[in-house]
Design a protein. Structure first.
Length: 320
């Protein structure tokens, strides 16, 4: 049978014109349909085995629509461009590549992008200057900087950096103010501004809207849907699960040692197994940072949508 994953990952950058936040992450989206009548020509079907067909959704189409809206917004004031400052304070090749993607996307969309490379020990001072600079409209830090190194103020040093970004300039929605708003389902800062949400979870929502799993309606866009999110990271898995739960879905948040069910404003342990949660899910989001993790396609519900936000292909082959 045909491979269920993407041999060549679809790369895109999504931007949300409503929050004016730059969303420069890569996404891979698959729509998996199991059909009792379809036959896949790439390999023979063994007796009694249900064939699988896979439709790949081109996420660049989703991105381009949103990016065009950004370009139109930027062009409203001739000669004035929003400035995004990115701070690179590590030697991580992936972080540098991410910074390069950000620069290319901003150039194409009319945003003035400035990359500042600083030593980790100097980042806090440079961040303070950018916060106070009226000519800087957005700030982005390429993590990890200190990793899990603890902070004098509590939490980690990287957590402290996130919380030190001025909220009006936080384009990734990771500071405490926006985190609190997300989990409390507060969608506006005031009558003029929407609360910014993390870029990767937002991109997943936009992809789900594109393929019809999310209606786009506030609070009810995922009503009646069951979602399984595999990985509960604070950057992607946990906020995405909360966003989809706030939009009406029943979300199973699955991590290496636990599974919780999340519904609007509630998170409780459940006796449902990860396998059963995935089998029941209309949408499965995979974010396991390991090449060893492979979800068998046979586990999926008929018509399920699978979103891979890991840097590795988490979906196994159709015959797995």
């Amino acid at each position: 049978m045909r491979r269920a994953g993407l041999d060549e990952p679809v790369r895109c950058r999504l931007q949300d014109h409503r929050s004016a936040a730059v969303q420069p992450r890569a996404y891979q989206l698959l729509r998996s349909r199991v059909s009792s009548s379809a036959k896949t020509p790439s390999s023979p079907q063994s007796q009694g085995e249900m064939p699988v067909t896979v439709n790949k959704i081109d996420t660049s189409v989703v991105a381009e629509t949103l990016r065009q809206q950004i370009r139109e917004d930027v062009a409203i004031v001739p000669g004035a461009r929003p400035r995004l400052v990115g701070f690179l304070a590590n030697k991580d090749p992936a972080a540098r590549k991410y910074a390069e993607w950000t620069g290319r996307a901003c150039t194409k969309d009319g945003i003035d992008y400035v990359l500042k490379e600083v030593e980790a020990c100097d980042l806090e001072g440079a961040l303070k200057e950018a916060n106070e600079d009226s000519g800087v409209h957005g700030i982005l830090i390429y993590y990890p900087v200190f990793g899990a190194e603890p902070s004098f103020y509590g939490g980690s040093m990287d957590d402290q950096l996130r919380d030190n970004i001025e909220p009006t300039k936080d384009v990734e929605g990771l500071c405490k103010k926006y985190r609190d708003n997300l989990y409390r389902n507060v969608r506006r800062v005031d009558k003029w501004r929407r609360s910014v949400v993390p870029c990767t979870p937002l991109a997943v929502v936009k992809c789900l809207e594109h393929c019809g799993q999310h209606t786009g309606a506030k609070d009810e866009g995922m009503a009646g849907k069951v979602v399984a999110v595999v990985n509960r990271s604070e950057v992607v898995g946990r906020p995405l699960a909360a966003m989809l739960a706030n939009d009406g879905a029943t979300v199973y948040s699955i991590d290496i040692d636990s599974i919780y069910v999340m519904e609007r404003g509630r998170m409780t342990r459940t006796d449902v197994t990860p396998d059963d949660a995935i089998k029941a899910a209309d949408v499965v989001v995979l974010g396991v940072p390991s090449p060893q993790y492979k979800l068998p396609v046979s586990t999926l519900k008929k018509g399920a949508v699978v979103v891979n936000v890991s840097g590795f292909k988490n979906l196994g082959d159709a015959q797995d």
